[in-house]
Structure formats: C-alpha cells, structure tokens
Design a protein around this ligand. Structure first.
Ligand code: UDX
Length: 482
C-alpha cells in the first residue's frame, strides 16, 4: 500500500502548492501524511477551511512537529536560515518518529511510509528519510528557470559574476547560466546573490546545498508545465534522474480524479482550494463586481516582501496618477517602520479609487473579469496564478527567484513588463498606462497572456503533459511500495 509523507518548508509560498499536490495524490488513492510545523499549521488552520476539508477526507491526515523556536518568536523571513537551523537540529527526532514510529506501530493502523515528498529547499526532509532508507522525491515550488539559475551559482562564481564586482554593470549579460546567455543580465540573477559578499556567504551556501540535493531524489516534481519551460527543463534533466512537471497544480486539481466514487470533489473550486496564513478579506470580490471588465489593477507583493515607506509612497503616487481603479493588498507586516508616510490627500484619493485589503483571495481575484493587470513581486505562485488567469503582469521583483521569474515574464514569455529596480512614481504610472491602455503594447500582452493561459490549461487536461506526468508520478510512487 503506497503511503506518501509530504513535508513542505513552513511558508506561504510552499505549503499551498504542497497541499494541492497532496490532494491530488489522495485522489489517486494513496495514503497521505502531511507534515506541518505546529506554528504554521495553527495559522493555516485558523484562516483556511481547506485544512479542515482535507483532514476530513479518508486516508488523509495532518501531523505537526515543533520548529524548535520560542512561541513568541516572530519567525521573520529575514531570519529564515535560523528557522532552518532550528528545524535541522531540534525537529529531527520528531520527524524521524513520524517516518518510522519507535514502537513500530502506526497510531492509526496505517501502512508504513513508502515515499517522502520533501521540499527541495528543506534538506532535513531528505536527509532523515535517506537515513531511514525511505525513497525520497523532491518538490521545488518555484519555477524551473529559477531552479536552474540557482544550480548555476558555482558556474557564476567561476565566471566572476558572483560575488557582484564593485560597481558592477547591472545590465551586462551574464554567461554562467546555460541557455540564458542572450537575455539574462546581472540584475536578473536571483536576488539573494546580489548581497553575497563571498562564496562563503551562508545564503549562497544554503542555495548551493539545495541544488546539490536535486540529484539525490528519486525524482524532481515541479509546479510548472513543459510548454512553459521546456528549454530549461532539458538542462535540469541533465542533473535529475526523473522530472515530473505537473503544473499548473490549480488547473490539474480541476481535472484530475473527479471520477473516484468515494470522494466528493464538487467543492474543489479556487475558493475551497486556497490556503493562507492570513484571513482572506472577501469583500474585495464585491468591490470588483462593481467595475467594468479589465479595468482594475490588482497589486500584491506576496507573503513576505517588506516595502519601505518611500517605495510605498512612490507606488501610491504612480497608481493614483494612472487614473485606474486598483485593488491593493497591504499586509499588516508589509511596510517598514519609519520614513515618509503617504500624504493624506493621496490616501483619500487612493481610498476613493482603490480598495485596500490586508489579504485577498488571490486566485479568485485574478480570475475575476474586472482585473486587467497584476502588479506583482513575481513570486512563482503569483506568476503562475496570473498565467493561469491570462492576466498580464507588471513585475516589481524584490528578492530570491523573483528577479529571474520577472525576466522570463518580460523577455521570454512576453506576458508582462518588468520594472525591476525602478519603482519611481512616473515609472509605475507609465507602466500601468502602457499595460492597461488600449494601445499596441497592451493588446500584444493581453494576446500572449491569453495564449499562455490556454497552453497551461491544455497541459493539465486529460492527455496533456502535466496530467500524463502526474499519472506517471503516481505509478512511480506505487512502484516503490511493491
Ligand atoms: C515565497 C518567495 O517570496 C517567492 O519568491 C517564491 O517563489 C515562493 O516563496 P511569496 O513571496 O509569498 O513566496 O510569493 P508567491 O510565490 O507569489 O506566493 C504568494 C501566495 O500567496 C500566492 O499563492 C498567492 O495566491 C497568495 N496570496 C497572496 C493570497 O492568497 N492573498 C494575497 O493577498 C496575497
């Protein structure tokens, strides 16, 4: 009997794609144990009915382990290496016990774990499973293009692009990422490489370890589709034995497994599949209803980005001056303390023309007909959700994989524009006008976005590449328990 244990990094960008994959594997009839840290689980539980819904399904259970940090620790993203270290040292035994109970008895009488799907950014998931002789597959929740760029870090060190030379020309093309030599500039390299002072930098080392781990898994699973990233995937296949691209997972969820008689999937809409650390403010959907088609700019910078007050004010000016209505997600912890605040007349103008929420039901927002473009930080989940919805993007990447993703959006897929490193008010205003107005650029972007959305949909339909890859993945997992 196949029993899969899934273990994501405890973060908004990682848990929801893992939940989607877990639900799909459950629909394929496998036993599912989903591991969350206690802290993350309680937050998801408080704001997402998805967790309750999944926990109520047969052969699906959640298990929690402590992350080793104090209860009152704010677990800020800037300290994520500390969280990882705490997990590595203090959560190890708890995880080991979930994999193989010491007394040899599963509390629910379930069969032993036959396969782990671990987060590719969480070495612990892989290491302990290997120690216990349990086969491991890795899920990387980001784009293939960024995974390949991370993998190329040693090469970039060799070519002298990392650490960034003093007064580096940020527009210079870099030669260290195979297949991207003609368009990847220094400024498009993963954000974390910008600040590394030497190759001994702990963040660089963390990224390099995650890349080295890729070859250790039985397979690499990715929330992308062959049609979106085929050239990069062929590079990645030189280091990973088997790659299963099963994205967009949100599309696959709509298509796969609805024929199993013992499961009710009639509720599997975007609403019931969303999972968040924050409570969604659904009032913004009503606000969107009151606007004409493709008239609203949706603005969100994801779950961890922190914006300076100065940058916030520049966006504020730019958005108000563009004359377009906007829906803006401003998380309570998103704005840096101190610095300039928005002038009150701007705030009034923003409230008249905009809708501000602390957290939105993003997949539903992007699917709403009144949304005309997405001003995004280019996190992979947001990028993919925008692609699925066929909404053109304006990219303001902040860190990590976002710099690479936004270059692909602007230069390779041509489904948006990239304003990387330039968030001045006139740039924001100009970009919004360019994308939203009926001119040639906007038209072209809308056309490409619609085409790409169509390609993603086809990939996840029966017979499509992601649908077929998912079936192969299930067969592979089953073969590990026979
Ligand atoms: C992090 C990294 O920052 C990102 O670069 C990486 O690709 C994944 O991990 P995050 O910044 O949160 O993630 O961005 P993103 O990947 O876009 O994920 C954000 C998720 O939160 C999306 O699934 C989005 O739908 C959801 N969201 C965001 C909401 O549901 N409501 C909101 O108001 C904002």
């Amino acid at each position: 009997m196949a029993h899969v244990l899934l273990f994501p990094l405890p973060a908004q960008g990682h848990v929801p794609p893992f939940l989607k994959l877990a639900e799909l594997l459950s629909r394929a009839g496998l036993f599912i144990t989903f591991v969350n840290t206690e802290h993350t689980h309680s937050r998801f539980l408080a704001s997402s009915p998805t967790i309750d819904r999944l926990a109520g399904q047969p052969r699906f259970r959640f298990r929690t382990i402590p992350d080793g940090l104090d209860e009152e620790d704010p677990r800020l993203f800037v300290h994520f290496l500390r969280l990882l270290e705490s997990l590595r040292t203090r959560s190890r035994e708890h995880y080991r016990e979930l994999l193989v109970p010491e007394d040899g008895h599963d509390p629910d009488g379930w069969p032993p774990v036959t396969c782990v799907v671990g987060d590719g950014m969480l070495s612990l998931a892989l290491e302990v499973a290997e120690e216990m002789d349990i086969p491991v597959m890795l899920l990387r929740t980001s784009s293939a293009c960024s995974v390949w760029a991370y993998y190329s870090i040693p090469k970039l060190v060799e070519t002298g692009d990392i650490p960034f030379p003093e007064e580096a020309d940020m527009d210079e093309l870099v030669q260290g990422v195979a297949g991207m030599e003609s368009f990847l500039r220094r400024r498009d390299l993963p954000g974390l490489t910008r600040h590394a002072k030497s190759v001994a930098d702990p963040t660089l080392k963390f990224l390099m370890t995650a890349s080295e781990n890729l070859a250790r898994g039985r397979a690499l699973i990715m929330n992308t589709a062959e049609c979106l990233e085929s050239p990069v995937l062929s590079h990645l296949s030189s280091i990973c034995r088997v790659i299963y691209t099963v994205g967009p997972l949100q599309n696959l969820l709509q298509n796969f497994g609805s024929c199993r008689p013992d499961q009710d999937v009639s509720n599997s809409t975007a609403a019931s599949n969303s999972a968040s650390l924050w409570q969604e403010d659904r009032s913004c959907l009503k606000w969107l209803d009151s606007h004409p088609d493709k008239s609203v700019v949706y603005v969100s910078f994801g779950s961890v980005t922190v914006v300076s007050r100065e940058a916030l004010v520049e966006f504020w000016h730019g958005l108000v001056s563009s004359g377009r209505p906007f829906l803006w997600v401003i998380r309570p912890d998103m704005v840096e303390a101190g610095g300039e605040t928005a002038p009150s007349e701007l705030e009034t103008a923003a409230r008249e023309r905009g809708c501000l929420v602390a957290w939105a039901p993003q997949e539903e927002v992007l699917a709403h007909p009144s949304v005309g473009c997405f001003l995004t930080h280019s996190g992979w989940n947001s990028t993919l959700e925008s692609i699925v919805a066929g909404v053109p993007m304006i990219c303001w990447p902040f860190f990590a994989d976002q710099q690479v993703n936004s270059r692909f959006v602007g230069e390779v897929w041509k489904v948006g524009v990239d304003m990387k490193d330039l968030c001045g008010r006139s740039v924001v205003e100009g970009m919004v006008r360019k994308v939203m107005d009926g001119g040639e650029v906007g038209e072209e972007l809308r056309k490409s976005a619609a085409e790409m959305s169509h390609m993603g949909r086809i990939a996840a339909e029966e017979g499509g590449s992601s649908y077929t890859n998912f079936q192969k993945l299930v067969d592979h997992i089953k073969s590990l328990s026979s």
